[in-house]
Design a protein around this ligand. Sequence first.
Ligand code: NAD
Length: 430
Amino acid sequence: MDMQTENACSTALFDDLKKPGGATPVTVSFGDGIGPEIMAASLRVMFAAGAKLAVESIDVGERVYRAGHTAGITDAAWDSLRRTKVFFKAPITTPQGGGFKSLNVTIRKSLGLFANVRPCVAYAPFVATRHPDMDVVIIRENEEDLYAGIEHQQTQDVVQCLKLITRPGCEKIVRYAFEYARANGRKRVTCFTKDNIMKLTDGLFHRVFEEIAGEYPDIAHDHAIVDIGAARLATAPETFDVIVMPNLYGDILSDVAAELTGSIGLGPSANVGAHGAMFEAIHGSAPQIAGQDIANPSGLLLAGVMMLIHSGQPDAAAAVHNAWLKTIEDGIHTADIFKEGVSRKKVGTRAFAEAIIERLGQQPSSLMPVAYGEIAVPASIPEPSPRRIKAKQLVGIDVFVDSTGSVEELASQLRQDESGLIELVMITNR
Ligand code: NAD
C-alpha cells in the first residue's frame, strides 16, 4: 500500500470510529509533575459526562528522555498516535541540558499539526482579573518561522537561525483562522506581524492575510505591528476577538493572554492538522506542586472539551463545560484562583473534579452557558491553493567570509580579484 492510500484508509477508519455510537480512540499520556493528577481528574469528569473515548495510554516525557530517547517518545507510542490520530497529553518535564529535543515540536511536525488554537477567556467576577471582558482566541502558526530548527555557526563569532515562512503555510493558517471565526460566531480576525522590518517573511504572512480576508466578507479583519499589538493585548485584551500570527509571536503572546485571564492553570490548547490533533493545557508540569492534590485541572479539562468537539461529541463537551462554569460560578476553587471574599470553598484537584461531576446537567446562571453543535470546529482543514510557477531571475548571491584580520586587510584582499566579476561595495557582519 502506498503512503497516500494508507493515509486515506486510516483517515476513513478514524472517521468511522468518530460516528455516534462508536468510542473515539484516543492516545493519552499522563505526563510528569502534576500531569497524572490533572489527567485522572479530567478523564473522570469526561467519562461521568458520557464521553465515549477508547483510551490507549502511552508513556512520554522525562522517564522516556532519561531512558535514552532524545525526543521523549518511543516507537510504541508513535504506533498508537499514528493509529488514533488524537492525542490527549498531560504536561511533561523537559530535562535541562543538551541533546534533548522538544517533544511538542517533534509531534507537531510529525503529525502536521499546523494550527495552535488557544482560547483565553476571563471568568469575572468569579476569577480575579484586571480584564473582566476578555474573550480572545489566539491562533498560532505551529510549524514554520524560527521553529524550523535550522541554525548555523556561520563564523566563530556569528550564529544564525533561519526564519522560514512559506506561502502554503501562511494560506493554511490564515484560512484556518477565518474558518474558525466563522464556525464559532466570531466577528473579527486580527493579524500580528513585524513586516515593517521583516519585509519578505512577515511581509508574505501579512500579504496572504489580506488576500484571504477578501474571501470572508462576513468577518472583519485588521492588522497590527506585533509590538503595539502586543501592548494593546496586554492592556485592553477585550478589544480583540481572534488573532492569527506566526509561530514565535504566537508562542509568547498566547502565554501572556492566558495569564491575563487570572491563572495559567485555566488555559486549554488544541494543535490541529489534516491528519491528527493534540489537546493539552497551556501550562507545564509544575513540579513544585506535584503530588499534593492542589493543581488546577481546568486547562487540561477544557482541552478535553475541545477534543470532544473535535471527536464529534458536542453534547458531552457542552455538559462538561457548563458543569465546570457552574463550579467556578459557585466559588468552588483550587488554590491558584482562590480569593477570600470571592471564592466560597478552597478544594484540591480531586474534590474540584467531584464538584464538577455533581453539577453535570446544570448550567451556569451568571456566566454564559455554552452550546456546541457540529459547527464548532472548522468544517474542513483548508488546503493551500495550487502552486503558481513564476519566472526565476538571479538577482545576487550571498558570500560569507570568515576572517580574523582587520576590515582594511579583508577589503584589500577582496579588491585583488581581477576577474571583473565582483565589485566590493560594502563589508558588514549583519
Ligand atoms: P509551569 O507552567 O509548569 O509553571 C509555572 C507556574 O504556574 C508555577 O508557579 C506553577 O506552580 C503554576 N502552575 C502551572 N500549572 C498550574 C496548575 N494547573 N495549577 C496551579 N498552578 C499551576 O512552567 P515552568 O515551571 O516554566 O515549567 C515546568 C516544566 O514544565 C519544565 O520542565 C517545562 O519544560 C515543562 N513545560 C511543559 C509544557 C508541556 O508539556 N506542554 C509546557 C510548558 C512547560
